[in-house]
Design a protein around this ligand. Structure first.
Ligand code: NAD
Length: 398
């Protein structure tokens, strides 16, 4: 459970509310029996978890496609969404879906898996109980497959713009991470982005857009890694060049002839680290070696509980996932709300909304953290839990 005793005490969460928040509200377990051209007959486990729908329906959270997907991970990610949505004051419960298939499946195989999955969860989609979005291993194309089945624009967000997707949604999470990073560098390092060095893990949707926006603002991205390796350039990486290289080679590994492993990235002498790939990458095994002064969590749950404690002791500031990477769901709210007209919105309007919402919540988290003398993570979770508690009370759940 994300809430610890200190947060429970700070917010005044009673036993009844705690019992509700400590278990997922609903768990759906599925097996996708199908035929994939590259693999033959398969039977793929998949899950949908609603952690808490006090602020919904719908429950909102992305669909992850990865060989490592488990029910436990999907449940943890759904719980994160409960607090992220509440922190951002969105009328969404926390949900998540996971498909335990390789994210690198050939496009046709991926399409078959998505159609099969959509078919299996059609009741959730048509009733509006679950509104998916992209996550690790999925993107606009997979969301289009869902729309292809439901023919309801509000049934899924992160769609291509031509079918009602929101301009700026694809970049939204990265835009938010970069905006929060700029603000945090000013607040905690007393510097401007142009004066700091940054290392990024992950160069998919979140990592690449974060790097791009940060580079545009003049930051020096000196190291980037992905699942296959990485690269380093002390004078600053040309992010646009890296993007082309990664599209051609399927990885950032060895760009400019220089290699960097994921293990090396976390020990690197940089000012800011942005994990934007998978969960649990900063653990008790490497937390003592981290040399960055500031960590911005682009990924969900990149820091384990043990590592969190070690980093706090070492006075390394962490801007938590439920704040740092919430730009995506804030934009998704607009896409969902605008339904049929999403694609008429301008990209800049989407960015302005993300900036306004994220920075307002950032300041709120900062104030709470200073007032109660707790970490930014605890402050963010406590504020979110407070909003959730109020909603549950107003619905007569308590
Ligand atoms: P993606 O599939 O587009 O990209 C994932 C990237 O991580 C790729 O570069 C991949 O090579 C790399 N990666 C995978 N496994 C790795 C490993 N073991 N070590 C190092 N790198 C690895 O996924 P994404 O949408 O960019 O999501 C990344 C993270 O951001 C996830 O934790 C996701 O939950 C979180 N997130 C995504 C969104 C969104 O809008 N897409 C929103 C909020 C949070």
């Amino acid at each position: 459970m994300l809430l610890d005793d200190e947060i429970v005490r700070l917010v005044g969460i009673g036993d009844r509310a705690l019992a509700i928040l400590s278990e997922p509200g609903r768990t759906i377990t599925i097996r996708l029996h199908t035929y994939l051209p590259s693999m033959g007959r398969v039977s793929i486990p998949a899950y949908v978890v609603y952690h808490n729908d006090a602020r919904g329906p719908p429950c909102k959270g992305g669909i992850r496609m990865s060989r490592h997907v488990t029910l436990e991970e999907t449940t943890q990610l759904a719980e994160i969404m409960t607090y992220k949505n509440a922190l951002m004051k969105l009328p969404f419960g926390g949900g998540k879906a996971g498909i335990a298939a390789d994210s690198q499946l050939p496009p046709l195989d991926k399409e078959i898996v998505m159609h099969e999955f959509t078919h299996e969860i059609k009741d959730e989609l048509f009733s509006g109980a679950y509104v998916p979005a992209p996550d690790l291993g999925t993107g606009p194309r997979e969301m289009a497959a869902i729309f292809g089945e439901t023919h309801m624009r509000e049934s899924v967000t992160g769609k291509p713009v031509g079918i009602g997707g929101l301009p700026g949604r694809e970049e939204a999470t990265g835009y938010g991470v970069a905006t929060v990073a700029e603000h945090a560098v000013r607040e905690f390092l007393n510097s401007e982005l142009q004066d700091v060095t940054i290392g990024v893990q992950g160069f998919g949707n979140v990592g690449s857009w974060t790097s791009r926006f940060l580079a545009e603002k003049g930051a020096k991205i000196i190291a980037v890694t992905d699942a296959k390796g990485g690269t380093i350039e002390r004078s600053g990486i040309d992010v646009e060049g890296l993007k082309k290289f990664s599209a051609e080679h399927g990885s950032v590994d060895g760009y400019c002839g220089k290699h960097l492993s994921n293990e090396e990235l976390f020990k690197l002498d940089v000012d800011v680290l942005i994990p934007a790939a998978v969960g649990g990458v900063i653990s008790s095994e490497n937390a003592s070696d981290v040399r960055a002064r500031l960590i911005i969590e682009g990924a969900n749950a990149p820091t384990t509980k043990d590592a969190d404690a070690i980093l706090a002791q070492r006075k390394i500031i962490i801007v938590p996932d439920i704040l740092a990477n919430a730009g995506g769901v804030v934009a998704s709210y607009d896409e969902w709300r605008k339904g049929k007209s999403g694609s008429r919105t301008k990209r800049e309007e989407t960015f302005a909304t993300i900036r306004e919402v994220l920075l307002e919540v950032f300041d709120e988290v900062l104030r709470y953290s200073a007032e109660k003398e707790v970490s930014l993570r605890k402050a963010a979770l406590a504020l979110a839990a407070g909003r959730l508690l109020e909603t549950m009370e107003s619905r007569g759940w308590m």
